[in-house]
Ligand binder design. Sequence first.
Ligand SMILES: NC(=O)c1ccc[n+]([C@@H]2O[C@H](COP(=O)([O-])OP(=O)(O)OC[C@H]3O[C@@H](n4cnc5c(N)ncnc54)[C@H](OP(=O)(O)O)[C@@H]3O)[C@@H](O)[C@H]2O)c1
Ligand SMILES: [Zn+2]
Length: 357
Amino acid sequence: MTSRPYTLLSCAVSIDGYLDDSSEQRLLLSNGADFDAVDEARAGCDAILVGANTVRRDDPRLVIRDPARRADRVARGLPPDPLKATVTTGGDLDPGSRFFTVGESEKLVYSPSPPTHLDGVATVVPAGDLRAVLADLAGRGVRRLMVEGGATILAALLADGLADELRLAIAPRFVGDPAAPRFNGCPGRTPVLAGVTDLDGVAVLRYLLSQAAVDRHWLEAAIDEARRCPPSRAAFSVGAVIVDAAGREISRGYSRESDPVVHAEESALAKVDPADPRLAGATIYSSLEPCSVRRSRPASCAALIRAAGIPRVVYAWREPVLFVDGEGAEELDVAGVEVVQVPDLEPAARAVNAHLL
Ligand SMILES: NC(=O)c1ccc[n+]([C@@H]2O[C@H](COP(=O)([O-])OP(=O)(O)OC[C@H]3O[C@@H](n4cnc5c(N)ncnc54)[C@H](OP(=O)(O)O)[C@@H]3O)[C@@H](O)[C@H]2O)c1
Ligand SMILES: [Zn+2]
């Protein structure tokens, strides 16, 4: 059971790290291409959270603009817009602000001392701290949350270790105004850079902040690798990626990559020097649970992983009893290897093998 949604922080800053200037007017830091990418990211989320001061100062709409994305959500059985949520201590929120008046989604206001003047425009929920806010959102079925500022809420989530991912757009301009709000991080965290994109001059950096985010990122890469497998009627299509303790790739492989019976984990391991010191802190990501028995070769992937000294295995799909009855996860666990399944990604790992199922 997750006690909070997967939480994606999103903000745009100037080159010198400001989220706004200190004028009354909202400073627009993104361009059309970035705005469209944010729209896409919103469409993939169940809820959007902002601090009350962002509602007061920026008066954002926080809805999905693109009609095709709205229609796609409806086709997937979702409301056209994600749920909107804000947090306030003082309760000073105008019921006429666009947060409340625009869009068909439910609006939630979290406050330790719930204001009464918002009755009818929002659901007001008593909540002590941000951890409680996120837990309440999870309880309402929010699995993926996007946090769109401002400075206080972003810094608080980072400081409390409640963020999984950061999307940071850097606009090609300077603000240079010490009175303006800045994006403040939290020393001690070591984000993993997972993507750099140039959107018409706005640099968009994607950082992974939590182990869950790192695991999801590399497991998705392993599932992508599985799509490269030569088709077979007699064996699964599987992908594997080996990643070091700092979140950097060591090697990758897929089933039947180098010969007709090689397994994905075996193929990825074959590309690493067995004496590579990074293996002792590595994680192997596999779209399918590593095998414990196989018909084609004497050594199972579970045995190869143990022999390589890899201390951690993350997989998406528990091996179904189709070709052999495997117990790779148990075998690795008993051997002291940390084994993690990410069941959320099981459908994607299965989909690559739809022809066998
Ligand atoms: N560039 C960007 O991507 C971007 C995005 C969003 C915002 N911004 C900028 O950021 C600035 C606003 O940032 P900000 O730091 O002033 O405000 P903020 O983070 O938007 O909101 C802070 C407010 O949230 C409430 N709050 C925070 N933590 C809380 C908690 N744990 N429990 C209950 N309530 C809590 C309080 O509301 P009350 O005061 O009501 O008690 C607090 O004053 C604006 O200048 C805006 O333009 C920039
Ligand atoms: Zn295997």
